[in-house]
Design a binder for this molecule. Structure first.
Ligand code: HEC
Length: 353
């Protein structure tokens, strides 16, 4: 099963996640800026990127080392040491090198590599690894890394190498990944900084000490869970969330004392909410106009509320809504069915959970 479509892609932006599928045709103008295949170093520029793309995830000393089958493929020593069952690399001997044999085994063989459901090798990648193993001098000494030209690689091998991303493109793709990561980190840091003051002020309030927190350690989103505040969270308390309203992803204020009019004034400020629990609150059809403005909403609990079928239909403005709890409200199965016609992805629940 060769993903030949990959080989037709001329994009410079290579599969970024793991370099899985670094193959494409470098042609025309683009290739002029890149190291020609014959000038690439056999190990560093050709073999390593292939193994990195298709093997290191399970046989590499990365951040979280994986040594499947007792085998590390990301160093000369690891290659020579081999795995639990066999010698992975015998320099100069393709037939005795299990790392080549496993590539050629039928896909449903337990030892076929990469394992079934993973991104498979492309034919030129296999050809290059095989050629490299065969080109190595016998013995365990790691040879000096040489270019394909210096190693007298045949034309078929130069053609195969031309189908791989060049070292420059790999470097550019890697730099792009790092840049995007850095940028995302900067954005997250700026987001946290922007609400730092407001958040720490709120956290000094007894009401929010344990009820308001970041969704996770690295998250920029907040959740407010008023489970222990049923008797104490009123309009005044809820309004205090306004300065951080943008950052709230989850708000659970079921069974609290908040009035419908304050829900109407405050909820639209929380425009990034994905999860909202208004169970057993005063909310009725009027309040659903405010809820209908929360375009990111995926999960909504209206259990024990006063909403009716007429109000329910306002929620058709929420394209991402997936789960809606209506037990013990004034809404009916017919009302839910009418809404589901508008939102086919929606599940509604009338049960006690
Ligand atoms: C998704 C994880 C995964 C990837 C990717 C992967 N392998 Fe493996 N590999 C394994 C596992 C698991 C075993 C052990 C198989 C067993 O014992 O049945 C193994 C075993 C091996 C062995 C036999 C080791 C021994 O002596 O027992 C070789 C050789 C090998 N892999 C080479 C490769 C090569 C070359 C690649 C890349 C083209 C690769 N593997 C990619 C998971 C992976």
């Amino acid at each position: 099963m060769v993903g030949s479509s990959l080989m037709q892609t001329k994009s410079l932006w290579i599969s970024l996640a793991s370099f899985g599928g670094v193959i494409f045709v470098a042609s025309g103008e683009e290739s002029k800026n890149f190291k020609a295949p014959e000038d690439r170093l056999a190990y560093t520029d050709v073999v390593v990127p292939i193994l990195q793309g298709k093997c290191y995830d399970c046989h590499g000393t990365g951040k979280d080392q994986k040594k499947k089958g007792g085998l590390l493929l990301d160093s000369w020593e690891g290659l020579l040491e081999g795995g639990e069952e066999a010698t992975a690399l015998v320099p100069g001997d393709v037939k005795e090198s299990f790392m080549i044999e496993v590539l050629r085994l039928p896909e449903d063989d337990d030892y076929h590599m990469p394992p079934k459901k993973k991104t498979q090798m492309e034919a030129p990648e296999i050809a290059l690894l095989e050629w490299w193993v065969g080109s190595l001098p016998k013995g365990n000494q790691q040879p000096k890394d040489q270019t394909l030209k210096e190693l007298n690689a045949p034309q078929s091998i130069l053609d195969a190498a031309a189908k791989l991303a060049s070292p420059e493109e790999l470097a550019a793709a890697k730099a792009a990944v790092e840049f995007a990561k850095k940028k995302a980190e900067d954005v997250a840091a700026a987001k946290r900084k922007a609400i730092e003051g407001a958040l720490s002020a709120l956290k000094r309030d007894e009401l929010f000490k344990t009820s308001l927190m970041y969704v996770s350690q690295d998250s920029t989103e907040l959740e407010f869970t008023a489970v222990s505040l049923r008797k104490s969270l009123n309009d005044e308390g809820f309004k205090k969330l306004a300065p951080i309203a943008d950052s709230l992803a989850t708000v659970k204020v079921g069974s609290t004392l908040i009035s419908e009019s304050v829900l109407i004034s405050e909820l639209p400020k929380m425009k990034n909410l994905t999860k909202l629990d208004l169970s057993q609150t005063e909310i009725g059809d009027g309040g659903l106009d405010a809820v209908a403005q929360l375009k990111e909403l995926e999960w909504l609990n209206l259990y024990g509320s006063k909403v009716t079928d007429a109000g329910l239909l306002k929620l058709k403005a929420l394209p991402k809504l997936q789960k809606l709890y209506l037990w013990d409200s004034k809404a009916t199965l017919e009302g839910a069915a009418a809404l589901k016609k508008e939102l086919p992805g929606l599940e509604t629940y009338f049960g006690a959970n």
